[in-house]
Design a protein around this ligand. Structure first.
Ligand SMILES: [Zn+2]
Length: 438
């Protein structure tokens, strides 16, 4: 805006022509400044608006949605945890199709702009043993199912084990399939089995799921309250470090957490956890744990499950579980199939009743956890681990992998830059993978 007070008072006499010249010069330079400002605004606007000519955002909001989509598509998005392999085995689902249920398939992964999926190789100890031949068989079959997915659909999937694989497969416009062991039951208390699973392609392992092992405590049972790592447990961690298998603390007891962090010489990760400061459940990490994990160079990949995100939701869920216990048991008894199919029948009832009886939770709550971690230890130590196909409830606006861009939209709305969003969606995990591979 023109401001006359910035010009000197008009002097008289012979100075007048010099004065006019000075005034003209200032006007010209001001005009030049305004042209530069207008041009840069115009150029910036061109960069921010969508790539196709047909899209003409008329409001600020539609422009920011397009920004979010573009930023999301450019990023390498790595989900650290989905339980889909059990569906491959027990339901024989074809992931190449859009499935009518569950949270994950190739079509929805493409829609959600996913680049790489760590498939969880989960041995449920109550059904398949906390060790022994059945646990090993259950793990091996899931790994084989993930490999078969890539072999049957090479146009979409490639099996991957390294950060370089993920970058190459993404550049090739395909999806990278990776594997991690959820619970060390399948190593059957034998150190050599760690290398066996590494050779089969497994790139992370959490020592325990909800049942403690002799060598590692879980956050899910009584034994875990006092159990950490024993001597064999520490040897397992050192073997994982030697091979280049990431150490995952999701599900372990607090004591085991601290011993893992103190034993591992490589970055430690949580593949699917939240913050206890927001949702106070034993599966989540305290602020001190998050700080210690960040010090190792690791990443907390925030889970998408309402129970670990929303304060009080876990207690409400326990109440509903008690109310529907008979109905769940009836469904299980009526299912003629094997133990895995009986579990599917129980999960079906729980999923329907949770959706009906429990309060909805939105993606903004997930971003509260991301914000909390960022404020605590910085943006280099946070990532994502959905737990899709492993939970009976989801966020209302992140119901399956196709809705992953809603997360980027919320991050952008809260002021995260594209560089930050790249790190959160997958960049931080690529860094940890590279450090683990060294
Ligand atoms: Zn889990």
């Amino acid at each position: 805006m023109f401001n006359p007070s910035r010009f000197p008072a008009k002097p008289g006499g012979f100075r007048e022509s010099a004065y006019n010249e000075a005034l003209l010069n200032r006007l010209v330079s001001n005009l030049f400044l305004w042209i530069v400002i207008l041009l840069s605004l115009f150029a910036n606007n061109c960069r921010m608006t969508p790539k196709t000519e047909t899209q003409t955002p008329s409001t600020e909001q539609s422009a920011s949605v397009d920004d979010a989509n573009a930023i999301h598509r450019r990023a390498i998005a790595i989900d650290m945890h989905a339980d889909t392999p059990q569906r491959l085995l027990d339901e024989q689902v074809d992931l190449a199709q859009r499935l009518p249920d569950g949270h994950f398939d190739s079509v929805r992964a493409r829609e959600g702009g996913l680049s790489a999926q760590f498939f969880s190789i989960w041995v449920e100890p109550q059904l398949f043993g906390a060790g022994g031949a059945t646990a090993i068989k259950r793990a091996d079959e899931q790994i084989a199912a993930v490999r078969a997915l890539a072999e049957r659909h090479p146009e979409t999937w490639q099996f991957a084990t390294t950060a370089a694989d993920i970058r190459r497969i993404t550049a090739d416009h395909k999806l990278a399939a990776l594997t991690g062991l959820e619970g060390g039951y399948a190593i059957d208390e034998k150190l050599e089995n760690v290398e066996r699973y590494y050779k089969l392609g497994v790139r992370y392992m959490s020592p325990a799921w909800t049942e403690s092992l002799s060598w590692a405590g879980s956050s899910g049972d009584e034994a875990g309250r006092t159990r950490g790592l024993n001597d064999f447990g520490r040897r397992v961690v050192r073997e994982m470090n030697r091979l280049g298998m990431m150490v995952d603390v999701s599900h372990v007891s607090d004591k085991t957490f601290w011993e893992l962090v103190n034993t591992s010489s490589k970055p430690v990760i949580a593949t699917h956890s939240g913050c206890r400061a927001i949702a106070n459940v034993p599966r989540n990490l305290t602020d001190e744990m998050i700080q210690a994990l960040a010090k190792t160079g690791g990443v907390v990949n925030v889970i998408f499950y309402p129970e670990h995100l929303e304060p009080g939701w876990s207690d409400k869920k326990k109440k509903v579980d008690a109310e529907i216990a008979d109905e769940v048991q009836r469904a299980s008894a009526a299912e003629p199939g094997d133990v895995a199919h009986k579990k599917l029948a129980r999960d079906r009832v729980r999923r329907e009743e949770f959706a009906r009886r429990l309060p909805p939770v939105m993606v903004s709550r997930l971003v509260d956890h991301i914000d909390h971690i960022v404020k605590l230890v910085g943006v280099d130590h946070v990532g994502i681990g959905s737990d899709f196909d492993g939970v009976q409830a989801t966020l209302s606006d992140l119901k399956d992998i196709s809705q992953l861009p809603n997360l980027t939209r919320e991050l952008l709305r809260r002021g995260y830059s594209e560089t930050d969003i790249d790190k959160i969606l997958g960049g931080n995990m690529l860094r940890v993978m590279e450090a683990t591979e060294e």
